[in-house]
Structure formats: structure tokens, C-alpha cells
Design a protein around this ligand. Sequence first.
Ligand SMILES: Cc1cc2nc3c(=O)[nH]c(=O)nc-3n(C[C@H](O)[C@H](O)[C@H](O)COP(=O)(O)OP(=O)(O)OC[C@H]3O[C@@H](n4cnc5c(N)ncnc54)[C@H](O)[C@@H]3O)c2cc1C
Length: 221
Amino acid sequence: MKILKPYVEVPDIDGVQIMKNIEKAGRTCYKSHSTDEESYKRFLNNIITSGHESVIEHEKVSIRILTDRGSMWDITRHRHASFSIESTRWCNYSKEKFEQEIKFIEPFYLLEDKDGFEIWKKTMEEIEKNYFKLSKMGYKADVCRMLLPASLATEIAMTANLREWRHILKLRTAKNVHPHVRQFTIPLLLYFKERMPEIFNDIEYDKEFDNKNYAELKIIK
Ligand SMILES: Cc1cc2nc3c(=O)[nH]c(=O)nc-3n(C[C@H](O)[C@H](O)[C@H](O)COP(=O)(O)OP(=O)(O)OC[C@H]3O[C@@H](n4cnc5c(N)ncnc54)[C@H](O)[C@@H]3O)c2cc1C
């Protein structure tokens, strides 16, 4: 068994170019094409404050997340996004390809509670032991997966347009959201704010969530 920390992988996006592309598409409505290098800022501000958000659907961002199965259930409720998710039907963790071990996401909020963490760890070890027993008896991953818990590490490829990202990040960075979800949504929102401030700066998030628990943000060149 291996205990992993989560991460979120993002492309090294040219936010200004993305915002200019949106401006160009949106100005079609008014026949008001601009040659001013900075005009996208005012334009996007107007689009967002007036609720004319279909315009920002013209651009999308794809990311990759390593998180736990429970967070996967939460994030995949969003219907205007596309997902490809590690399948527990086809991935048999007792095979060499998976290093013959099951990977779990560290429950960081239990780290300071020695007894609580021990209960979690022992349960995961037991699950792995019994998963391998069933596999040895000849059962396929389809059957063995019945034992897998919400802590199972899960890779997700996810794509959404910027309107949907705004919606998802508004909902999923708030205090009432599961900490494992906030772990990757907050650093993602901060990255979008840095690269595309005119589109994401108005979105509030849980500022009390300790940044030492953020998922690692990997920027892929
Ligand atoms: C803190 C929190 C707790 C939650 N707890 C639970 C829970 O206990 N149980 C549970 O089942 N779910 C729960 N959810 C999930 C929640 O109910 C939504 O399913 C999920 O957040 C997706 O939101 P959405 O429908 O707004 O977004 P999306 O699916 O991303 O859709 C975006 C927007 O498109 C529009 N839209 C999409 N589909 C339709 C449609 N069919 N008809 C009309 N408009 C549409 C809506 O305006 C919607 O807001 C929770 C979510 C959060 C954030």
C-alpha cells in the first residue's frame, strides 16, 4: 500500500491570448472589433458583470487531478464538463503494472490525530489484503473493486469551458466543501486568477484553508 499526496496538473496557459480570443468572439455581437491591446479587460469586465457569460464558453482548459475517489464523485456532478477517470473495473491493482499495491490519498486532517490516523491506516491495509486475496482466488477487478474505499487514489482528466470553470470554482472552493476537494480547487482557482484575472478575480474562496495542505500545482510546459 502507498499513501499519496494529491496534485493538480495544468497547462502553461497564455491567459492574455485566451482573453483576447474571447473578446474577439464576443465583439462579433456588437461589430465593435478593437485594435487596442488592453480593450479585452474592459470588455470582459462588462461581459461578466452583465451576466453575458455564454461568450466565455469559447475557451476551455483541460487539467489532470490526482485525488481520492470521494472527491471524484463530487467533481463529476458537474454536467458541462468532460471527464476520463481511472477505472476500477479495468485497473487490477494486484497486477505488476500497478506495482502490486493499492494507492490511497493521505487524509491530511487526521495527521495530527495519532489514533484516528492509525484506524484509517489499518483499515486501508485490511482492504488491500482482502482485495489481493479475492484477486488470487481468480476474481476480476470488477469483483475486487467492491472493497475499495473513498480514500482510493484516482486520476481524473477533466475539461471544461471557462464559464463552467467559473461555476465549478465558485461552488467548490467554499468552506462547506470537502477538504480533499478544496485541496485541488483552491490552488487551481489561484492559478486561473493569476493567468486570467479579468475572468476569475471576482470569485471568492475559503481563505482560511491552510495553504500547506494545497495539492501540488504542476504547470506542464
Ligand atoms: C457544498 C455542496 C454539497 C453538496 N451536497 C450534495 C448532496 O448531499 N447530495 C447530492 O446529491 N448532491 C450534492 N451536491 C451536488 C449539487 O447538488 C450539484 O449536483 C452539483 O454541485 C452540480 O452543480 P450544478 O448543477 O449547479 O452544476 P453543473 O452540472 O455544472 O451545471 C451548471 C449550471 O448549468 C445549469 N444546468 C445544468 N443542468 C441543468 C438542467 N438539467 N436543468 C436546468 N439547468 C441546468 C444550472 O444553472 C447549473 O448551475 C453538493 C454540492 C455542493 C457544492
